[in-house]
Design a protein around this ligand. Structure first.
Ligand code: ZN
Length: 173
């Protein structure tokens, strides 16, 4: 089942998510639905908060190959270390449709998380994956990529999204 993605501005996107206490079949089912929602959008990352669930859950798939999908399920991800050197990617977000901006972040990060079986895992990420993980972990703390921009740029993007939301409502009505 696909879920509805929450679009900025929405106060839900600013909440802090709570950790998963037990990785059970409900968590696994929800993450499959998040993955389905992300693929359909399409996007390369999605946090549970973006579908209105305030839990520390993230799905990512940066593989370009549509035939062979490589999903990554991150439960309670925690970034333990970030590199000093940085990289810049043009970022977008499924909660900010049509909006993109160049964001500078640590080029590498080292994280721990639980997998779908509840096993503790560690991962060293670089390149696009590192940026994607940092973007998604930000979501779990109520942070969006536009928060790294100047107030002027951020306000401009939010204004566009408000307009976009109004247009969608018109169509629905
Ligand atoms: Zn996002």
């Amino acid at each position: 089942m696909k879920r509805n993605i929450i679009i900025e501005p929405d106060p839900i996107l600013r909440k802090t998510c709570t950790p998963i206490e037990k990785v059970d079949s409900n968590v696994r089912k929800l993450m499959q639905e998040m993955l389905e929602t992300m693929y359909a959008a399409p996007g390369i990352g999605l946090a549970a908060i973006q579908v209105g669930i305030l839990k520390r859950l993230v799905v990512i798939d940066i593989s370009k190959n549509k035939e062979k999908k490589e999903p990554l399920f991150l439960i309670n991800p925690e970034i333990l270390e970030k590199s000093e050197n940085t990289s810049i990617y043009e970022e977008g977000c499924l909660s900010l449709p049509g909006q993109f901006a160049e964001i500078e972040r640590p080029a590498e990060c080292f994280l721990k998380y639980l997998d779908l079986n509840g096993n503790q895992k560690k991962l060293k990420a670089s390149g696009l994956l590192s940026t994607c993980i940092q973007h998604e972990v930000d979501h779990l703390n109520g942070v969006l990529f536009i928060d790294y921009l100047s107030k002027l740029k951020k306000d401009m993007i939010i204004k566009k999204l408000v307009k976009h939301k109004k247009e969608i409502e018109k169509i629905i009505v």
